[in-house]
Design a binder for this molecule. Structure first.
Ligand SMILES: Nc1nc2c(ncn2[C@@H]2O[C@H](COP(=O)(O)OP(=O)(O)OP(=O)(O)O)[C@@H](O)[C@H]2O)c(=O)[nH]1
Ligand SMILES: [Zn+2]
Length: 366
């Protein structure tokens, strides 16, 4: 069994302080109905969920382990392990569910789902050219809002920068205006430009995800960062007893130069997240202008004395940006309306109790 230096997987002293006594730390590389693939100091393990995790998650799927989670393993006889607890998450990509009380053909069972946890950096990949169109600023705004919402730090990557011979600087300036306070970089995985810079963000064993539309060059970038070995073939016993090689897509990818990338189908198909604070952050310029509106609750939609509308008229604020803000505000409100606030609160409280309980039982254990 190969050994892993846990700090290379992102293990920190503050996490160590949360580890219940008598358990071993591990990071979730992948989950699979009732069990997880984890990496601990002594290698990979396939672990089943212990009764505490099963109980907590039957009430609330948010308590289910997910890729990126740090977990506590309990050693069982014969070298087996059980997943005893999920350590507190620093950040989380949550897909909001539909309210338990909602009716009328909406899918979902009213509960949120955590798609990835403990993600430090969110690379928002948007191609400089998409078919015959330039980078889509509205999509960048949406993904940056999702990134802020997760608790991670967004970084915008304008990919396929080699497709631009002239005018790239103007595009980057437009993108920077659409994502205030967020670093924007041009990347060409084909030419290898900007790839080292992306790698630098991951120094100190940080964990990142790459969001972006299909064809943005996400896989190409991850391959450029990881080199070979992203796809790992594994010997699987087929039904007839003979070995068979299959390609296993690892969802937590440790990079050779340090740092980790989380790449899951769920993260790739981002769409319906709750975003409220995230939208406010990505439109910080509009929020700042709004301070000067005559009415405190100004909707910037024709009210008298609206400083935001005035900024659009003077050309200080792009009209496209205000429209994009309206759109994301509506969407955020719609999502919030679909999720039962009471249920959400309850989930948060339950999390607090679980962690408290976990710590207490950890201390009491011999
Ligand atoms: N010109 C150019 N093409 C690129 C670059 N990076 C990727 N491509 C090409 O763009 C296409 C899509 O790249 P992928 O890496 O598969 O894109 P993706 O974002 O992973 O797409 P999905 O898997 O559908 O989400 C491929 O044909 C790549 O060869 C680049 O830097 N420059
Ligand atoms: Zn206003």
């Amino acid at each position: 069994m190969n050994t892993h230096d846990l700090s290379l997987l992102g293990w920190t002293d503050s996490l160590a302080a949360e580890l219940p006594a008598g358990t071993v730390p591990a990071r979730v590389a992948r989950v699979d109905r009732g069990a997880a693939e984890v990496i601990s100091a002594d290698g990979h393990h396939h672990v089943k969920y212990g009764s505490r995790v099963r109980r907590a998650s039957s009430d609330d799927p948010v308590a289910l382990p997910c890729v990126g989670d740090w977990v506590a393993l309990k050693e069982l006889p014969e070298g087996r392990h059980e997943l005893e607890a999920v350590l507190p998450r620093r950040t989380a990509f949550v897909r909001g569910g539909v309210s338990r009380t909602s009716r009328g053909g909406l899918s979902g069972d009213g509960q949120g789902q955590v798609l990835a946890a403990n993600v430090d950096l969110v690379f928002v990949a948007e191609p400089s050219m998409h078919a015959t169109d330039f980078a889509d600023l509205g999509r960048i705004e949406r993904l940056v809002a999702l990134a802020w919402e997760s608790g991670g730090t967004p970084v915008v990557l304008i990919t396929k920068s080699d497709l631009f011979e002239r005018g790239l600087d103007d595009l980057l300036a437009d993108v920077a205006a659409a994502a205030p306070g967020v670093a924007v970089h041009a990347v060409s995985s084909v030419l290898g430009e900007g790839v080292a810079l992306v790698r630098d963000y991951l120094a100190g064993s940080r964990t990142a995800v790459v969001l972006g539309p299909s064809g943005a060059g996400k896989s190409t970038l991850v391959n450029a960062l990881a080199g070979d070995g992203v796809m790992e073939t594994q010997l699987v016993r087929a039904g007839d007893g003979r070995g068979r090689h299959t390609t296993v897509h690892r969802e937590l990818i440790p990079l050779p130069g340090g740092g980790l990338i989380i790449d899951t189908p769920g993260i790739r198909r981002v769409g319906l997240y709750e975003m409220t604070d995230g939208v406010d952050l990505v439109f910080a310029d509009i929020e700042a202008l709004a301070g000067a509106c005559r009415f405190g609750d100004c909707g910037h939609d024709g009210e008298p004395g609206c400083a935001v509308q005035a900024a659009v008229e003077s050309g200080e604020l792009a009209e496209r940006r205000l429209e994009s803000w309206f759109k994301l505000q509506r969407e955020a409100a719609w999502m919030a309306g679909r999720t039962d606030a009471r249920l959400r609160k309850e989930q948060q409280n339950r999390w607090k109790i679980i962690h408290k309980e976990m710590r207490r039982s950890g201390r009491n254990r011999p």
